[in-house]
Design a protein around this ligand. Structure first.
Ligand code: DC
Length: 249
């Protein structure tokens, strides 16, 4: 479709389905999709594997900074999906485990980690036409993004979506533990010193607690149509998909 050359920044709380929504929007517009959380997860996995973070989440900062110097994180296309690689190793599965979710917020609060990820994101957004999801895209990474969405949903709804997703992947999960993990991540992400999760003043709030993906696509198409006078296409496949089906993290 004839889409404007813009950056769409989608920020919000954990497990609100940001990445699923962002992927659909990118597909609709023919834009590149970038999952910034995957990069923070990739750094966290590398730190865990190198012993730079212990079980109490104490971080060995010099060791972490050394890891960053040699870390090659990049996305590769696999069919319709974009998966994360560390060098030649696909780490898409490992970065989505609860073990990584448990450590990712403290790692992503480290300034040098944020600079490392921001560098990758800035290079990817140079030519615009990109949809990025995360916590600080509209406030810090691309404060000049033309369209900013801030996503939220009821915590119980988010926990059930996330638990269903983990179960589908074969992880044995307790919904209480999932809820605790995401509430704790929300707290750390919102209270850290560097680029905390907060709604950009010019972001539009999307509470998708009771919305299907189809509802969300209709909502954003209308915004794009009115703001950028660009006709967003109809997408019948998305219209009937329930939100809980995939990707809520
Ligand atoms: O989107 P996600 O749940 O996969 O993100 C994992 C963690 O990464 C999240 O708890 C906080 C961090 N994150 C961040 O600090 N800034 C971003 N732009 C994206 C993610």
């Amino acid at each position: 479709m004839d889409a404007p050359d813009i950056i769409i920044a989608i920020d919000g709380f954990s497990s609100t389905g940001k990445s699923s929504f962002a992927k659909l929007v990118a597909k609709d517009l023919g834009f590149l999709y970038l999952d910034s959380g995957a990069l923070y997860r990739g750094v966290t996995l590398a730190a865990m594997e190198a012993g730079a973070i212990d079980e109490n989440r104490n971080i060995d900062l010099p060791a972490l900074e050394k890891i960053l110097c040699g870390l090659d994180l990049h996305f590769e296309r696999q069919g319709d999906a974009c998966v994360l690689y560390s060098g030649s190793r696909c780490i898409e599965k490992e970065i989505r485990t609860l073990a990584v979710s448990d450590k990712v917020s403290p790692v992503s609060a480290v300034g040098s980690v944020r600079n490392f990820v921001d560098g990758i994101l800035h290079r990817a957004g140079e030519s615009r036409r990109v949809v990025m999801d995360g916590r600080d895209i509209g406030t810090s990474v691309f404060p000049d993004a033309e369209l900013k969405i801030f996503m939220t949903a009821d915590p119980q709804v988010r926990a059930s979506r996330r638990a269903a997703e983990l179960k589908a992947k074969g992880e044995n999960v307790d919904i209480g533990e999932v809820l605790r993990n995401l509430q704790e991540r929300d707290y750390i992400d919102s209270h850290r010193e560097v680029s905390p999760l907060t709604k950009a003043e010019d972001a539009i709030v999307l509470d998708n607690s009771d919305m299907t993906f189809g509802d969300q696509m209709e909502w954003i198409r209308e915004i794009i149509r009115t703001r950028f006078s660009s006709a967003a296409p109809e997408s019948p496949e998305a219209a009937s998909e329930p939100q809980a089906k995939d990707g809520a993290r």
